[in-house]
Write a protein of this length. Structure first.
Length: 337
């Protein structure tokens, strides 16, 4: 007889799902989707030992489990707290959670410069999204901020420590993807910073992935620095033959020019498959790639301002015969106008 699969029931913001034992609240929330998913600045499902640093994913546990229904006295980090059977969690429906997230956002922005107009990460920055959702209009602090000079930490990567939130994603990515990590978090407390050992350059076949895992603009691509705003480019899903990686990437086009190459990311901004430096930095020409089609971008993203996808939201939602014909007529009318 086959063994019975044990599942735990968890309810988040009134939505119930079943998950395997050992699943975290954040993973369960992502299984539900929508507004029930807490933001995460340091957790990365593809990176071992990530999470527990930024505290943006704090949630309220109003019921511990069926066996012990008492609520947890304090807010918990959803990326580190595992689900119990019968647990009830509040994210959007909790005032405590929203107030705590607002405070965490304020802490993250204490030393963070408002460089959005000149930052290459603008439009894709998770902290920018968090600031719009939970940030204050003005700062309450007047003390001098810590400042660092931007530095090149390799032939391809620019480090701007002023923007870093010390999530440690880049360190974990280097640990997993490279044979020898050359950078890390130096010093402690308020003096902590990301840097290389004795100014060694980051030069490894997969080190470019630290750019993709960075949630802010602390690590950027030197080869496409200030080349274009992301909302002026059109992303294409492409593939190529590569001995080092899967060869699945996204080309960001401006006209016929390839501005940059990145790994493909899921709806939570996490890399689906890491790519090598050859694909990322040395194949900025269409002749190297097979084009699959335009990359689907959420209509809520600033990147979608290009309207490069022909399918419309109406066509996706209407479920009766003739919907495609209606959608095409709308497109033709819009083009004529």
């Amino acid at each position: 007889m086959s063994e019975e699969v044990i599942k735990f029931k968890v309810t988040i913001d009134g939505h119930t799902t079943e998950v395997a034992p050992g699943t975290t609240i954040l993973e369960a929330a992502r299984q539900i989707g929508g507004g029930s998913v807490p933001p995460a600045m340091c957790f990365y499902s593809k990176l071992e030992k990530s999470g527990g640093r930024c505290r943006t994913c704090l949630v309220e546990v109003s019921k511990g489990s069926e066996k012990d229904p008492r609520p947890m006295p304090k807010l918990v980090a959803s990326c580190r707290t595992t689900v119990m059977d019968g647990m009830e969690v509040k994210n959007l429906t909790s005032e405590r959670t929203q107030e705590a997230r607002k405070a965490v956002t304020e802490f993250l922005l204490v030393n963070h410069p408002l460089d959005c107009p000149i930052c290459d990460q603008a439009g894709e920055c998770h902290l920018q999204d968090l600031g719009y959702m939970h940030g204050n209009e003005i700062t309450r602090t007047e003390f001098e901020r810590r400042t660092y000079e931007p530095e090149d930490i390799g032939p391809y990567i620019k480090l701007n420590m002023n923007r870093c939130i010390l999530c440690a994603r880049c360190v974990l990515a280097a640990n997993q993807l490279t044979e020898k990590r050359e950078h890390g978090i130096l010093f402690r407390g308020d003096h902590a910073e990301i840097s290389t050992y004795l100014n060694k350059a980051l030069d490894n076949d997969f080190i470019g992935n630290v750019i993709d895992v960075c949630p802010v603009g602390a690590l950027t691509d030197r080869t496409s620095r200030f080349a274009s705003r992301v909302w002026f480019t059109k992303p294409l899903d492409v593939t190529c033959k590569c001995d080092k990686c899967s060869g699945k990437a996204v080309l960001w086009m401006k006209g016929d020019e390839v501005i940059r190459v990145t790994a493909r990311k899921d709806k939570y901004g996490e890399v689906e498959e890491f790519i090598c430096n050859d694909c990322r930095f040395h194949k900025k020409d269409l002749k190297y790639w097979n084009i699959e089609g335009p990359r689907h971008i959420s209509r809520h993203s600033v990147i979608s301002a290009n309207h490069y996808e022909k399918t419309t939201d109406a066509y996706e939602k209407i479920e009766y015969e003739g919907a495609k014909e209606i959608s095409l007529k709308d497109e033709l009318n819009a083009e004529e106008q």
